[in-house]
Design a protein around this ligand. Structure first.
Ligand SMILES: *Cc1c(COP(=O)(O)O)cnc(C)c1O
Length: 354
């Protein structure tokens, strides 16, 4: 057992050594002279999203806590991105993997889990995924438990976590201490790591969470109420959770910006124009919040840098957010938000997107 654990840990160490860091891409917009925008391309990981970091940490955490044995089935609840990364690492370690996902998950993500040899257990109600994963765990599976453990499993002081990587990559830039770092909240792991690291290094940086309008985090953060629930669903995957997850740390977040789904989709297309590549909906959500913060900075006569994340690749949403027919069926019209965002980019003044 110990020798299997040692081999599994070596396997993860080798994988980490083979993997490169992700790029920090710089963007400039005409309306915002003196304000630099940076987007960390987390889609560049071997499994296509920021969940690659999390999946590696969760397997390490399970192994080092003695919760994972040779041949043991592995399970987790996921909206897709985590499942893909966890299935990839399960294959690397030779373990059977099951993802519990909402039936409405983008079909492409379900296909990706299958392609990696994982199983998908689909449940109709997104709020039921936790219960279903717990059922698998009660039947002998190792529950990686991204929602319960993301915030603990990541080494927030360093070890090239996402925050340390960003700050290192900004070293030679005009404003190496960003005015803002912007991210969404799914497990809460990314925002917790960044928020803690900002304090740890005593940076003059604000942490802004960009969330779908009416998410549980939005309501919970405003009222500091951990039993808050979402007041509306979202079509943006990976963020906008229906409930306050255990890893949501309210105290390290300085600002929360709500973004309508139509604006996230519009911004996702703007990112494609700027970067020549497609990214997912939550990357669009991030861009909208960056522009709102930049407009505030400009109005206050401030200069500085704003950093955010490109969370996953657009191909995963070919049949959903990138399909005009699907958007129409789901009542999402990105056109008005597109016009508003273009006006903001050009003028530097905030044009509301909804
Ligand atoms: C998980 C996820 C997020 C949010 O990150 P957390 O660290 O889980 O809070 C954002 N976008 C996408 C696509 C994700 O999969």
């Amino acid at each position: 057992m110990r020798s299997w654990t040692a081999r599994a840990l070596l396997c993860l160490r080798q994988e980490a050594a083979r993997s490169a860091d992700t790029h920090l891409l710089r963007l400039e917009f005409p309306g915002f002279p003196g304000i630099e925008f940076y987007f960390k391309d987390e889609a560049a990981h071997p499994t296509g999203s920021l969940k690659h970091r999390l999946a590696r940490s969760l397997y390490l955490y399970a192994l080092c806590n003695g919760r994972l044995s040779p041949g043991q089935p592995v399970v987790d609840a996921s909206s897709g991105s985590t499942a893909i990364s966890e299935a990839w690492f399960a294959r690397l370690l030779g373990l059977p993997f099951t993802a519990v996902m909402p039936t409405a998950t983008a079909p492409r993500k379900i296909a990706d889990v299958h392609a990696l040899g994982g199983h998908c257990d689909l449940v109709d109600d997104p709020a039921q995924v936790h219960e279903r994963a717990a059922w698998h765990a009660a039947n002998g599976a190792c529950h990686l438990d991204q929602f319960g453990l993301a915030e603990r499993a990541t080494d927030w002081r360093g070890n090239n976590n996402i925050a340390e990587s960003i700050i290192g990559q900004l070293a030679c830039e005009p404003h190496p201490q960003p005015a803002w770092i912007v991210c969404g909240v799914g497990t809460g792991g990314t925002s917790a790591t960044i928020g803690r690291y900002i304090r740890y290094r005593a940076l003059e940086t604000g942490l802004c969470v960009a969330e779908p309008a009416g998410s549980a985090f939005v309501h919970g953060w405003r009222t500091r109420n951990r039993s808050a629930i979402a007041s509306q669903p979202t079509a943006v995957e990976g963020i906008g959770r229906p409930r306050v997850e255990p890893g949501f740390l309210f105290e390290v977040v300085d600002e929360v910006i709500e973004v309508a789904d139509a604006a996230s989709v519009a911004a996702m297309h703007l990112l494609e124009e700027q970067l020549g590549r497609r990214y997912g909906g939550s990357s669009g959500t991030n861009l909208v919040a960056c522009l709102e913060l930049a407009a505030r900075m400009r109005a206050a006569g401030e200069r500085g840098s704003i950093v955010s994340l490109l969370c996953d690749p657009g191909e995963r949403y070919d049949q959903t957010l990138y399909d005009p027919a699907w958007l129409a069926e789901n009542g999402i019209d990105p056109a008005p938000a597109q016009v508003a965002l273009r006006a903001t980019l050009a003028s530097g003044e905030w044009h509301p997107t909804s």
